[in-house]
Design a protein around this ligand. Structure first.
Ligand SMILES: [Zn+2]
Length: 198
């Protein structure tokens, strides 16, 4: 069984879509409302090991290492950059840019700032390139509604304290949510993607 959600929000969403008997599929072409026990699950693969990217050098309370990915050329992750460095990083971002914030801890405010930095002026929607959030932690909600992702959306091993939503998101590549832990609701209403896996 997948470990993606405790509850499900509404409509034909990711878990429904995974019930396609062919496994990999075009999400937006599938019928709604198959039952969970009928689900065909993509074979299990572990989330990427946290040692596979350069870690932030900030020590957390208790001396625990922060596993957020460093934001080059700095040695800290996005959550631990100084205010000046974070502002400069966000100011340099453009719609369609790749993101790699594996292992990073996001507040709702930080995620909002990141998505705002990628907002396409013509559509007023955030547009990302490859979006890597494997093993990231979201302290509140993780809302990616209306986001356009030109490549893959990678969330394996992520932890979301609140809700996660990709309502009306457009993902040109894979949407991977394996081993994701969600404290609230998961909404994937009218999300389009190439392949979804949980
Ligand atoms: Zn950090």
């Amino acid at each position: 069984m997948p470990q993606i959600v405790n509850r499900y929000s509404r409509g034909a969403g990711l878990l429904d879509q995974l019930a396609c008997p062919e496994g990999a599929h075009r999400c937006n072409r599938l019928p709604a409302a198959p039952r969970l026990r009928d689900m065909t699950v993509v074979p299990y693969r572990a989330a990427p090991d946290a040692s596979s990217w350069p870690h932030c050098d900030v020590a957390l309370p208790g001396g625990v290492e922060c596993r957020g990915r460093r934001v080059a050329p700095h040695t800290a992750c996005l959550a631990h950059l100084s205010g000046t460095d974070r502002s400069a990083y966000l100011a340099d971002l453009r719609p369609g840019a790749d993101l790699d914030h594996r292992g990073t801890c996001f507040t709702e405010e930080l995620l909002s700032e990141l998505l705002t930095a990628h907002t396409e002026p013509s559509t007023l929607k955030p547009r990302l390139g490859q979006a890597r959030f494997e093993r990231a932690t979201f302290r509140g909600d993780a809302r990616f509604d209306l986001v356009e992702i030109d490549s893959d959306a990678l969330f394996d091993g992520a932890k979301i304290a609140g809700d996660i939503s990709f309502n009306q998101a457009e993902i040109s590549g894979r949407a991977l949510f394996r081993q994701v832990k969600i404290g609230g609701n998961a909404g994937f209403d009218r999300m389009n993607c190439l392949i979804a896996s949980a």
